[in-house]
Each structure stands twice: as C-alpha cells, then as structure tokens.
Design a protein. Structure first.
Ligand SMILES: NC(=O)c1ccc[n+]([C@@H]2O[C@H](COP(=O)([O-])OP(=O)(O)OC[C@H]3O[C@@H](n4cnc5c(N)ncnc54)[C@H](OP(=O)(O)O)[C@@H]3O)[C@@H](O)[C@H]2O)c1
Length: 352
C-alpha cells in the first residue's frame, strides 16, 4: 500500500484499546492518527491517561499523542476501531458511521441488527457484503462492522470447520473465560482468587446467538441464522488471557473422529481472507497431547490469532468433544477488528 490509511482508536485507554495501539504499531496498511477516551482522559497525553497493562512497552508515538473526545466532530478518519462500552457505542458509533467513518467495533450494541455483520474473515468473509445494504438503508457513507464476543470467536472458527464438512445438529459448550475479558480493573481480586464465578453477564445469550449468525447464510442482503441448537454455560476463571471452551457436538451425519481431525487441521478460510496482514497462520492448530490446549502455553499461537483445538475425541452422548482456546483480547477483540478492517479494504468497501 503506497500511502497508509489514517485510523482512530476509540476508547484507546482500556484493556482492548491498548491492544489496538500495540497491534497497530508498524501496521503495513494503517497509521494511528487519533486516540480517544472518556472525559476523564481527554486533553491528557496518552502516556499519562492510560494505565498500560501489556507486557510490550507502549509505543513512543502513542505516549505523546493527546487524547481526543470520542466525538465525530473531533475525529475525521475513514476507519475507526471501537473499544467503547456497549452503552456508549449505541449512540457514538452511528454518529461516526453517518459522517463517513467505517467503525470496526468490539462492542455488542449492534451485533443483533440484521444489517450489521458479525465477522470472522476466516469463517464468513462474504457477510461483509451486508455493508452495502446497511449504507443504503441507513443513509450512511461509513458503516459499522463488528467482531463477535471473545468466547464465540475461537469456538465459531472450530465449529465452522466442522459445520462446512459435516453439518452440525447440536452444540453444548462450557467456557472458562480469562480476567482480561472483563476489562480493566475488571473482576475484584477478592472475588476471583481461589474461585470460579459461574456467570459472565449476558455472555450465554451472546454465544447462543452470535455463533448461529456467523455460521448462517447470506440471503438477499440479510443473514439466515444457522439451523443448529446450541446451549452455553459461561464461567469466569483466574486466568489472565485466553478463553477456553469445552464443546460437545452432534453432527448431521456419523463420521469417524479421524475425519473430524482432518477437517479441523486442514481448515482454510475463504480465499480473500488468507493473505491479509492479520490472517491467522495457521487458522486452526490441532494438538494431540492429552493436556493441551492450555491458556498460558498456547494463547500466543500464530501471534495470538490462531484458534487452538485439542482433546478431540468421541462423545458418548453426542458425536464428538473437544477443547478450543483463543486469545480473547487479540483474536477475540483488537486483532479481530483489525483483521475485519483489512477485509473491508480488500473488498473495496472502505468507501461508499
Ligand atoms: N476485554 C475483552 O476481551 C473484550 C473482548 C471483546 C469485546 N470487548 C468489548 O470491548 C469494549 C471495551 O472493553 P475493555 O475490556 O477494553 O473495557 P475497559 O478496559 O473497561 O475500557 C473501557 C474504555 O472505554 C472508555 N470509556 C468509558 N466511558 C466512555 C465514554 N463515555 N466515552 C468514551 N470512552 C469511554 C474508557 O476510557 P477512560 O480510560 O478515559 O475511562 C476506556 O478506554 C466493551 O464493549 C467490551 O464488551 C472486550
């Protein structure tokens, strides 16, 4: 790309916002020209407003940038990455989209809208076309495209490989979700130390809906939800990063477990997604050890973008069971949004 595309990060000081700043450092296509946050941070240098919690140091260019208000009047970029809380995103993201900004959002506010895609380029890149309907219907020059909640992310990649090869009838899934998924400072230490919390607010409904939307078919500009049953339990555990999901699945047809292993290990995303700068390499890593994947050992596979699957075996009630691991703030949040923005550019849809 001859000239980099100027981009903004909205809510750049939080857990996901910091990941955006880290992952956009030296990005081959995008250059960060604006960082925004709440009134608490506006006007301060980013280095002062942001309590940096990542192990890589804060990039020097970011430390010196002044934090801007999260308003379209203050920021005019063709692309903005949103790490806004959902209630704020509800009014702010459409205002940006109306002025011509394409918002790649982590927030849940618009994921259920029929004209807003939930994208994983290695799963449903073709759903990006809904942006055309969205612009037409809402009169926007820009757009809102979303990535799924971080628990659905790796699970849907693994389910996609299985769904495309054999069809899925039923999925029963149980998550063990990392602390960084709750933002910063997140869950109080006195609540989570020596403990498991058997609820992550709203997450079960998100997993049960978003997986079906992403694995659904695009028909006449809207999505028909995939026709399988799914039940989710979601739990918070004392892991820093990396969401683990145990899944039992019933297939449309009976197959040997070796065939499922081949479908997972050999899975390739749609052609358009494969060479994008943030594409996971490989898309899925299938592990054969009896004690993997583990968050601490496996979350950075493929720079945190690869979905790691292990413990694949027959299920005595349904057909198969497996364990899926995905990095929640990289593949499940900032890295996923950047991957989506790359798909938007490659699809020629950055401009209306
Ligand atoms: N963490 C994950 O793994 C994950 C994964 C997928 C999706 N998400 C979603 O991503 C979003 C961000 O999550 P997070 O974990 O980064 O949360 P977080 O660590 O709590 O950060 C919240 C951010 O929002 C900003 N903010 C708060 N109120 C604002 C306002 N009125 N106007 C503008 N900015 C405001 C904060 O700025 P100040 O610092 O100035 O207060 C901060 O930058 C949420 O919608 C979350 O559900 C998170």
């Amino acid at each position: 790309m001859e000239q980099k595309i100027p981009v903004a990060v909205l809510a750049a000081t939080g857990s996901v916002g910091q990941r955006f700043v880290q992952l956009l450092d030296q990005h081959p296509w995008f250059e960060v020209v604006a960082l925004s946050a709440s009134d608490r941070s506006v006007g301060k240098p980013y280095g002062e407003a942001c309590h940096w919690i990542l192990t890589d140091p804060m990039p020097a260019w970011a430390a010196n940038m002044t934090v801007l208000p999260t308003e379209p009047e203050a920021i005019h970029t063709p692309l903005a990455f949103s790490a806004l809380p959902a209630d704020i995103a509800l009014s702010v993201e459409p205002a940006f989209a109306a002025q011509g900004t394409n918002v790649c959002s982590n927030a849940s506010a618009y994921r259920r809208e029929p004209d807003v895609p939930i994208l994983l380029p290695e799963v449903n890149a073709e759903h990006i076309d809904i942006v055309k309907t969205q612009r037409q219907k809402r009169g926007w020059k820009g757009s809102i495209i979303t990535n799924p909640n971080c628990t659905s992310t790796g699970l849907t990649v693994a389910m996609s490989a299985i769904q495309k090869a054999f069809g899925i009838r039923i999925a029963f899934v149980v998550s063990m979700q990392a602390l960084s998924g709750a933002g910063y400072p997140g869950v109080p230490s006195m609540d989570i130390l020596d403990n498991v919390i058997p609820n992550v607010n709203g997450e079960e409904q998100k997993v049960e809906f978003e997986t079906r939307k992403m694995l659904g078919n695009l028909v006449d500009g809207s999505i028909e939800l995939a026709d399988f049953g799914i039940s989710a339990h979601t739990n918070r555990v004392a892991v820093s990063d990396g969401h683990t999901v145990c899944a039992s699945i019933e297939l449309q047809e009976r197959v040997e477990i070796e065939n499922v292993a081949q479908a997972l290990a050999g899975y390739q995303g749609p052609e358009i997604s494969r060479d994008l700068p943030s594409a996971p390499r490989p898309v899925i890593q299938l592990r054969s050890e009896s004690d993997r994947p583990q968050p601490r050992l496996d979350r950075m596979t493929g720079k945190g973008m690869t979905t790691v699957v292990g413990r694949l075996r027959p299920d005595p009630i349904l057909d198969l069971k497996m364990v899926v691991l995905s990095h929640n703030t990289i593949r499940g949040a900032a890295g996923g949004s950047i991957f989506n923005a790359e798909l938007l550019v490659k699809s020629g849809l950055l401009q209306a």
